[in-house]
Write a protein that binds this ligand. Structure first.
Ligand SMILES: [Zn+2]
Length: 433
């Protein structure tokens, strides 16, 4: 039987207490703030007690040199009448315990004990000090403390959090949390122990979710090279040298971008000659909303195009994707592309989506990928008679320039290719000396 694998992630969602009676509403908020305050005291108290317990262990252990760690654990538990995990809880003052709902208490205990176990060695060696929990840390609760999730008006949802009536404030919902909640309600996504946090007078739910990993069949020997082009935003090619495809067109992205830019420019011009008052504020607002729509448009465009790339990789059973490592490249041939969308975002989106389905992403050196002939390997700047076309001056091979580059990138993670490029770089260096 195969076990389902999950991706764990945390969503940050603004929420608020939904209560019309002001007194009652204030009381709800006060209670949550008190829980938040006491949970931080509780966390620090538990971690301190856990280290006291370590001292106790040394005391018990020293009385007998031949004691094994299993025996030591047993003796400690019989002396203290509790497990190591519950040691902190057992010796915590009653008033602190009573100040917290049990769902918070056990979640905090779990989190602190887990952190303590990972820190312990370093602390006892003196390489680290005891972890300190801050006043405004988020408050952990076991997920049983969140009940009655229901769809509300519009995009929003209602639920009870630690017996408090809550509603989400998804607003424009750019991270599409509505879809997450819908998937929770239909059972496709599971909620795990989570947290809430007060920040700048706002209340947030830090919801941890478990999403089943999609199983896709992939072939580790199949690589997809991704070229960020000028004429076509993304060109991809499989390392079989046959399968390739372009995504998007220069025009659809640039035309839209130019629309935004000209609207912005004319508003900025208007602003410069408008002195003050209401008219100016209105224009400023308008300018900001144009900037927002431009950002949104780019984000949606990137999402759509990267999704299409990943779907193409999946349908070709690709196991590896190569992306151009542009960190060391000062002047990239595709600077038009660089200016019009954020390459970092684009690559992050591909990385994230690929990782979700188990496709490996390798960053490769993009040097000469646009000048190298995929067919014979000869590298020459004259191999590019125009921006759109590739024509090898040595063997005569002709191709679309972006496709030829994508094909080179699809093999750029192989040793053979790396050696070839290094050789070329060395010979160019020699010539210039
Ligand atoms: Zn050639």
């Amino acid at each position: 039987m195969s076990q389902i694998e999950y991706n764990i992630s945390t969503k940050r969602i603004e929420i608020y207490v939904e209560e019309t009676d002001k007194e009652l509403k204030d009381a709800y908020y006060k209670r949550l703030r008190d829980i938040s305050y006491n949970s931080y005291r509780y966390a620090n108290d538990i971690v301190n007690k856990q280290y006291f317990k370590e001292l106790l262990k040394i005391g018990i252990g020293n009385s007998d040199n031949s004691i094994t760690s299993a025996e030591l654990k047993e003796r400690l538990e019989s002396v203290t009448e509790t497990s190591e995990m519950n040691f902190g809880y057992k010796y915590t003052a009653d008033d602190l315990k009573k100040a917290l709902p049990s769902y918070v208490r056990s979640a905090v205990n779990n989190v602190v004990f887990k952190n303590y176990n990972s820190d312990k060695k370093d602390v006892l060696r003196g390489d680290k000090s005891i972890r300190n929990y801050r006043r405004n840390s988020s408050v952990s609760f076991v997920i049983k403390g969140l009940v009655g999730l229901k769809k509300a008006e519009g995009k929003d949802f209602r639920f009870q959090l630690l017996s408090t009536p809550m509603k989400t404030k998804l607003g424009r919902d750019r991270s599409n949390n509505e879809a997450i909640f819908d998937a929770i309600l239909s059972g496709k996504i599971l909620m795990c122990d989570s947290q809430f946090q007060f920040k700048n007078d706002k209340l947030y739910l830090l919801l941890t979710i478990k999403t089943p990993k999609e199983k896709v069949k992939i072939d580790k020997n199949k690589t997809l090279g991704v070229d960020l082009g000028i004429n076509i935003p993304i060109y991809v090619a499989v390392n079989d040298g046959l399968t390739s495809k372009g995504f998007g067109t220069k025009d659809e992205l640039f035309a839209k971008k130019q629309q935004f830019q000209s609207r912005r420019r004319s508003l900025q011009h208007n602003l410069a000659i408008t002195k003050g008052g209401k008219g100016r504020n209105k224009k400023l607002k308008k300018l900001n909303s144009i900037k927002d729509s431009e950002k949104n448009y780019t984000k949606t465009y990137l999402d759509t195009i990267t999704k299409a790339v990943i779907n193409y990789a999946v349908s070709n059973k690709v196991g590896v994707i190569t992306l151009e490592d542009l960190s060391g490249v000062k002047e990239h041939a595709n600077e038009v592309v660089l200016r019009n969308w954020n390459i970092y975002d684009l690559q992050q989106k591909i990385k994230y989506k690929a990782a979700n389905i188990g496709i490996e992403v390798v960053m490769v050196d993009p040097a000469y990928s646009s000048q190298r002939c995929y067919k014979c390997g000869s590298i020459h700047e004259d191999n590019r008679p125009t921006q759109e076309t590739f024509k090898c001056i040595k063997c005569g091979h002709e191709d679309n320039a972006d496709r030829n580059a994508a094909k080179n990138l699809s093999i750029a993670n192989t040793e053979k290719y790396k050696i070839e490029i290094k050789k070329h770089k060395d010979s160019v260096k020699k010539e210039s000396e």
